[in-house]
Design a protein around this ligand. Sequence first.
Ligand code: IPM
Ligand code: MG
Length: 377
Amino acid sequence: MNYSIALIPGDGIGPEVIKPATEVLDAVGGAWGHVFNYVELEAGGCAIDSTGEPLPQKTLEAARQCDALLLGAVGGPQWENLPGHLRPERALLGLRAGLGVFANLRPAKLLPQLRSACPLKDDVLVSSNCEGKPEFDLLIVRELTGGLYFGERGRSADGKAAFDTERYSWDEIERVLRTGYEAAAIRRKKLCVVDKANVLESSRFWREVAAVVSKEYPDIETSFLYVDNAAMQLVRAPGQFDVIATSNLFGDILSDEASVLTGSIGMLPSASLGGERDPAAKNGCPVGMYEPIHGSAPDIAGKNIANPLGTILSAAMMLRYSFGLEKEARAVEDAVSAALDAGLRTLDIAGRGRVAANETIVGAKEMGEAVIKLLEK
Ligand code: IPM
Ligand code: MG
């Protein structure tokens, strides 16, 4: 089968992590007989430099024609002082809204090979793990196209005050909760809604919607936590969580926190789903946007020291969710695991700052090559 992939390498380390990911995809294509055609597009800082806008209309239009989108990272210090609507990050928000990808899946799992890169003590991990192992495996389902990120904002006439608005409709909450429930159904069947219902009206509304939607998923245990408590529970007992469903802002914050527990933010992939497929396109698979959750890391850009695994794992999520290629997705995830088993580490995942005897530090390029070599059909 042929698949078209919109590719947005973006800024900073973006191109360095995208390249190994596309090489892994091509290796998958070679082994399983798929063809991935890339349509390279500009968004973020590089698009500001070449066109004056972070998300040129033609990037969005071209992305909509593709079967899925793989993005590296956007942003950098040279664009930091631009007004809000011209910052590189606007490209991300424009793509998310423009593709209608309202549900952002951010899995955070502690791989046993990276135990030493996780800052938590054994007893903290073990106490909340149902099998008594120093492990956790959770999934944050973050609402991605509403809330504070997209609410009304502005300044007062005298310039002495500013505001942003958290606003959610019933439908926006319901559809993302459903994504959460469906994910929980094929995991450990627990869904925790994270909000701030002791203070915010919009959070109380989330709970009302959850009370209704949860009735349709009687096999799934629904619970609720205030976000401050959830932030604490994540570092106190991460093993208690299966799926966390939450708003755009809370999901942004909690996913960065969870990433550190997996060893490095460089490990975490994400999938943004829910968009309507352009009916003119061939394969009929839902459009999805895939990106590592890390940023453009300008301080390490161009040095071949970035971790490409978050992007490679994002490509695996693309195989699974956009193309329905479960075996191929698993093979990529297994190859990543095998590369870690072999002791290969980018700098960020070397055991807590010290390189252990059985670890070899490699660059983004070499890590990608190792994953390809270890890919098994
Ligand atoms: C993320 C990022 C973005 C967000 C930024 C870069 C706009 O932090 O994807 O988590 O806040 O959504
Ligand atoms: Mg973030």
